[in-house]
Write a protein that binds this ligand. Structure first.
Ligand SMILES: [Zn+2]
Length: 124
């Protein structure tokens, strides 16, 4: 299972390839922004986080595969991840940025169209 904060995870690579193929150009892992978003569109001020369902507690089946042992340890750890995610999104919003969360369980094409819509609405 991928570690929290690991770069270049498989779901992220899928989304990056799909965005690139759709003609979107972006920056990666911008440490200067809250939460260090995985994919960033600086002009449109859009930050994309590609989250693993388990690590960021997505409300889906994949996320519900919880480890049986050390369940309290995991619950607390995941709780901290979610709190950190929410803080980053709030800070970005305060800076005039839009955050988009792409989940590991989403198809790359769905994720790409969501990002594309946000980019389009920013241009209007
Ligand atoms: Zn999910």
């Amino acid at each position: 299972m991928a570690k929290v904060g690991q770069k270049d995870t498989a779901p992220e690579m899928r989304v990056r390839r799909a965005l690139w193929a759709a003609g979107h150009r972006y920056r990666l892992h911008v440490a200067a922004l809250p939460g260090r978003p995985d994919i960033v569109f600086p002009k449109a001020k859009i930050a994309v986080f590609v989250h693993g369902c388990f690590w960021h507690r997505h409300d889906c089946r994949k996320a519900n595969m919880r480890p049986a042992s050390n369940s309290r340890y995991w619950a607390e750890k995941l709780e901290r991840n979610v709190a950190r995610d929410q803080k980053a999104v709030a800070e970005l919003r305060g800076m005039g940025w839009t955050s988009i969360t792409v989940w590991e369980c989403e198809s790359a094409s769905v994720a790409t169209s969501r990002v594309g819509e946000a980019l389009d609405s920013g241009k209007r």
